[in-house]
Ligand binder design. Structure first.
Ligand code: SIN
Length: 329
């Protein structure tokens, strides 16, 4: 009796640009290339082997440097991914993205996609035109992970440099090197043997991770990040509010301290019900804040705290509900 081969998992790739799609006239140029210059077909042509793992559909959503990604792009991306999974159109999704703000997009997706199918964000540190470009292998590994049942129920994952990492905890830590994405305290979820994903643990859940239903959200409010330093004035904070910010994150020193002028302004704003969140600018650790000055971001860094605050404000949360979103760990 004839046996039928099992169909390959269906993986959708959404391409958004970045260095993984970067090009230069010189193959030794690792600095002055143009991010987002080649399309999804060229990326896939570099790794025909990906077709061994999945039946692939590629879609070019954007082709930009990731510093150009807007909050409307995040909403669009998350809604597309939710639809792919809710309507059983894909078994896994891969997003190719510039590494500079990759952690923000991956974090947004982690908080807003509510399905167990593997969701993988892939970037590269060397442009497609470079000697030893890292993009093709990263993409191959990303597709293999998105096609694997082992990737289910693990939240949004980031793949670069042979590692599988949790989008919730991982950040870009170096401007140039391949091993830039790290979760210094939490570590990685696993790694790849060739293109085969190997996880260290069964799926684990981030403690008290907030989830936001964005199905009815059409835009996100402006939230600005201000950097605290010795002698920082409150001028930029006041200007941010004047120009329309609905919330502010302060990248504060140590465990969440800002200059006296910023703390005094934050106290006034908090009393009036305006949300101010204090994250630590150190890169790691827990930011705590007395209620009178605003909310401490806990383990969340400033760029991710901004994502949470935008989502919380768009969801109509009050101060107490906003504070609860940062009660992770
Ligand atoms: C970008 O973020 O778009 C450029 C840098 C990179 O992808 O590594």
């Amino acid at each position: 009796m004839a046996t039928h081969a099992k169909p390959l998992p269906r993986v959708t790739i959404y391409a958004t640009g970045g260095t993984i799609a970067g090009g230069s006239t010189s193959n030794t140029d690792l600095l002055f290339y143009t991010a987002g210059s080649v399309g999804i077909d060229t990326l896939l042509d570099a790794v025909p082997e990906a077709k061994q793992y999945a039946s692939i559909t590629g879609e070019q959503l954007l082709n930009v440097g990731s510093h150009e990604i807007r909050s409307s792009d995040l909403l669009d991306l998350s809604k597309r991914v939710n639809q792919q999974f809710a309507e059983n159109l894909s078994d896994g999704v891969v997003i190719t993205h510039g590494t500079d703000t990759l952690e923000e997009t991956a974090f947004f997706l982690d908080l807003t996609v509510s399905h167990p199918q593997p969701l993988v964000v892939v970037g590269a540190m060397r442009p497609a035109s470079a000697i030893s470009a890292d993009g093709p292998l990263n993409l191959l590994q990303g597709v293999s992970l998105a096609a694997s049942s082992k990737g289910r129920g693990r939240g949004t994952m980031i793949v670069l440099n042979d590692r599988i990492q949790s989008a919730f905890y991982t950040s870009k830590t170096h401007a140039n090197t391949l091993d830039t994405f790290r979760a210094v305290e939490q570590g990685s979820l696993g790694f790849f043997l060739n293109a085969k994903p190997l996880f260290y643990f069964e799926p684990a859940h981030v403690s008290n991770k907030p989830h936001f239903d964005i199905s009815n959200i059409t835009s996100l409010p402006r939230v600005d990040i201000l950097y605290s330093h010795q002698d920082a004035s409150s001028d930029l904070l006041e200007l941010a509010i004047e120009r329309g910010a609905k919330g502010v994150v302060i990248a504060a020193s140590g465990g969440g301290w800002a200059s006296p002028a910023l703390e005094a302004a934050a106290e006034d704003l908090t009393t009036e019900g305006f949300p101010v969140v204090f994250a630590t600018r150190t890169g790691n650790g827990f930011s705590i804040k007395q209620a009178k000055f605003g909310t401490g971001a806990g383990l969340i860094n400033a760029q991710k705290a901004r994502i949470i605050l935008m989502l919380a404000l768009a969801s109509g949360y009050d101060q107490q509900q906003i504070s609860a979103c940062f009660n992770t760990g």
